[in-house]
Design a protein around this ligand. Sequence first.
Ligand SMILES: Nc1nc2c(c(=O)[nH]1)N[C@H]1C(S)=C(S)[C@@H](COP(=O)(O)O)O[C@H]1N2
Ligand SMILES: [Mo]
Length: 322
Amino acid sequence: MLIKRPSHIPASEITPKSVFEDRRRFLREAVAAGVLVAGGSMLPRPAQAAPQKLGPLKKTPYSTDEKLTTYADVTNYNNFYEFGTDKGDPATHAHRLKPRPWTVRIEGEVKKTGVFDVDDLIRPHALEERIYRLRCVEAWSMVVPWVGIPLADVIKRLEPTSRAKFVRFETKLDPEQMPGQRGLFGAGLDWPYVEGLRMDEAMHPLAILAVGLYGEVLPNQNGAPIRLVVPWKYGFKSIKSIVKISFTQSQPDTTWNKSAPREYGFYSNVNPQVDHPRWSQARERRIGEDGLFSRKRPTLMFNGYAEQVASLYAGMDLKKNY
Ligand SMILES: Nc1nc2c(c(=O)[nH]1)N[C@H]1C(S)=C(S)[C@@H](COP(=O)(O)O)O[C@H]1N2
Ligand SMILES: [Mo]
C-alpha cells in the first residue's frame, strides 16, 4: 500500500515519535560530523561512532597464536596520559580527539620531507594483521590484533639519507582536545609526547605503524589515527596519535627518559633481568586473567621476540642500556 504524505503534515505527525527523534539525532550528529554535504546526495553513511572495518588484511608469520585480550579490555584499559592517568580515563575522554583530517609532517634527514595525509602515508591495500603481545612497564601485558603496515615500508618510501641514524616521533599537541596537556590530571609529563628508535630498530620487520585493531579503525583511546607498535619494547615506546616523524643524526630526547632518566632509558627493551628501580620486571599480569588465584606469567626477554631482535643489541650491555 502506498501512503502519500501531504506536504503540509509535518513528519513528526506521521512517523512514530521514537523513529522521528532517532532520525533527528542522526541528522544533528551527521551535520556535526560533516557527513552531510549541501546539495550532495544523501547516501547513508556510517555515523562517526560506528566502527569502520578495515581490510582485506594480509596475515603474517609474525603473529602470536596466544589468546587475544578482549576488545573491551583493549579499549578500556589504556595508558594515554593526554586523556588522564587512570586506566579508564582515555576511553572516557578521548572522544574529544578528531582523528580526521590528519596529517603527519616528515622532516630531517630524508628526501621526501613535507606534510602527508595519513591515508597517503598508510596505503589501505597494504594493511596486515599483526597479533602482538604488548608488555607495559607497569608489569601487565595484553595480546592485541593490530592492523597496520611495517614501519620499514613507510621509511623506505620516504628515502632517508645516509645521515639518518634515529627516528623521532611526536604526538599531537592540542590542549583543547587533550585535557591532560592542560595539566588537568597531574601527569607531570612534558608535551607533546615524544619517542624514538635507532634506525635499525625502526627498520626491523616487527615494528609497525598501526591504524586499527580487531579489524577496525583504531579507537581514539588506542592512538587514532596512527600509532607506533614496537612489541619487544615496553609499551610506552609505542607512541600514539603521531603528527610528526623526524629523521635525526643524534639520539632524540624522549618523554619518559626526560621525566625519570633513572627509571626509563632510551632503549626500553623488555628485560626480566633488569628491574625497574621501584619494582621487579620478572613477571607480568595478563589483563583479563586477574582472578584471585591466577598466577603471574614470567616476563620473557625482549617480550618473547628475542629470536627476531636480539642481534640488534649484540655486544651491548643491556643493564647500562636499559
Ligand atoms: N602519546 C602517548 N602515547 C602513549 C602513551 C601516552 O601516555 N601518550 N602511553 C604509552 C603506554 S605507557 C602504553 S602501555 C601504551 C598503551 O597502548 P594501549 O592503550 O593501546 O594498550 O601506549 C603508549 N603510548
Ligand atoms: Mo605502559
